[in-house]
Design a protein around this ligand. Structure first.
Ligand SMILES: [Zn+2]
Length: 309
């Protein structure tokens, strides 16, 4: 992990709650220390009020342990600035003023930020040389953000750029068909592996995840697995090649489990399709540490947002 560069007086006591597909994570950031990390699963299969109350209860339970100067929700896929939320990954949050509801109960300043914005900021403040890059998240959710000279260049999430215009293109959480997220996010890749394996008569062992099964078949030089991963590499290469034509960023930084599992196999296909001067690297941080550092860097010791992102 890279050394942190903040001065102590610049840091705040923040309770950050990170909302991702299927889970939420609560973290207390106390200056440069991170404490009290709690994970809980969240289901979208409930009423809107139940969902919102569950998030607020999770956020505020045990709040007295480290009384924060600010509460920060970090939401995957968040697209709208302002009070009312909009993220295709959390349809039950649509139109909810989570910040106001939480602030009213807790009497603590509350903010809502986009997860990838915070992660990009975290990478940049911990490696100040890197001030111009495309951060690509490839996990259960695929998206990207371009970061340049201290600010995010694309305000909207890049995962919902339409890439497959056919009638039966895979359905995305945003309601459209054929977004790049829908094509290569983890759950849809798993679904495709299961369907293809069934069609060609390959049995996936019960104890193995479809993605690990694909990788083990690839190791055995199985033609289906090689073809499958090549097709993913070609799609991702074409997509990023197009993005690169718009943003000209010299560096692509990857984050996410799927990136970790697949990239060593398909990187050569990407390099073929992207300007050869572009470099690739992984985020130096595990789990959500880039996000946590980003959140920490955005607040002063009184819990005020230093910079809009
Ligand atoms: Zn979409």
């Amino acid at each position: 992990m890279s050394p942190l560069i903040f001065k102590k007086e610049e840091t705040a006591r923040i309770r950050a709650v990170i909302l991702k597909i299927g889970r939420m994570e609560k973290v207390d950031i106390l200056g440069l220390r991170v404490k009290n990390i709690v994970n809980e699963s969240i289901s979208l299969n409930c009423y809107k009020n139940t969902f919102v109350n569950k998030i607020i209860d999770f956020t505020l339970s045990d709040l007295s342990i480290h009384k924060p100067t600010a509460i920060v929700y970090v939401v995957s896929g968040l697209e709208k600035r302002g009070n009312l939320l909009k993220s295709p990954l959390f349809p039950l949050l649509k139109g909810v003023d989570l910040a106001e509801l939480t602030a009213k109960i807790s009497k603590t300043k509350t903010f809502v930020l986009n997860e990838l914005d915070c992660a990009a900021r975290g990478i940049s403040v911990s490696s100040p040389k890197e001030d111009f890059f495309t951060l690509v998240n490839w996990d259960d959710y695929f998206s990207f953000k371009n970061y340049e000279k201290g600010r995010i260049v694309n305000f909207k999430e890049g995962g919902h750029i339409k890439f497959d215009f056919s009638f039966f293109a895979p359905l995305c959480e945003c309601g459209e068909r054929g977004c790049i997220n829908a094509i290569i996010q983890g759950q849809n890749i798993e679904r495709r592996i299961i369907e293809e394996a069934k069609t060609i008569g390959i049995k996936i062992p019960i104890h193995k995840s479809p993605i690990d099964f694909l990788l083990s078949e690839y190791e055995k030089s199985d033609n289906w697995a090689i073809g499958f991963l090549n097709s993913i590499g070609i799609i991702l290469g074409d997509f990023l090649g197009n993005i690169e034509k718009v943003f000209f960023s010299p560096l692509i930084i990857w984050r996410g489990n799927l990136a970790k599992k697949f990239l060593h196999i398909i990187e050569y296909l990407l390099k073929d399709k992207i300007n050869e001067e572009v470099n690739f690297k992984f985020t130096p941080f595990d789990n959500d540490y880039d996000t946590i550092i980003g959140v920490n860097s955005l607040f002063d010791s009184k819990g005020n947002l230093i910079q809009e992102i």
